[in-house]
Design a protein. Structure first.
Length: 93
């Protein structure tokens, strides 16, 4: 009986943990567009001297344009690449 209680308690704790407020969930591509644009704009200030910074800025602009035109999946990919080009890991990725 004690073993069943432990299993039930662990199962409940696991299920509650998955639904707990603040539990991280994958962002949609539209959310990635917003988050990664903001992240890039902040990070480029201190990474402007990177070799790929000019290309990254262009990639960022193309990504933002894609996001604004409704193609957030492609836009997010470009923004992710722009961040990677300046050596930054995209937030929550």
């Amino acid at each position: 009986m004690n073993g069943r209680f432990v299993i039930c308690a662990l199962t409940a704790a696991t299920m509650l943990g998955a639904w707990a407020p603040g539990a991280s969930a994958a962002m949609t591509s539209a959310q990635e567009c917003t988050s990664w644009t903001t992240q890039f704009d902040k990070e480029i200030k201190t990474h402007a001297n990177k070799a790929k910074a000019p290309a990254a800025k262009l990639e960022r602009d193309q990504g933002v344009a894609e996001c604004k035109s409704g193609n957030s999946t492609e836009g997010a990919k470009k923004l992710e690449q722009a961040l990677n080009d300046i050596g930054i890991k995209p937030a929550t990725k």
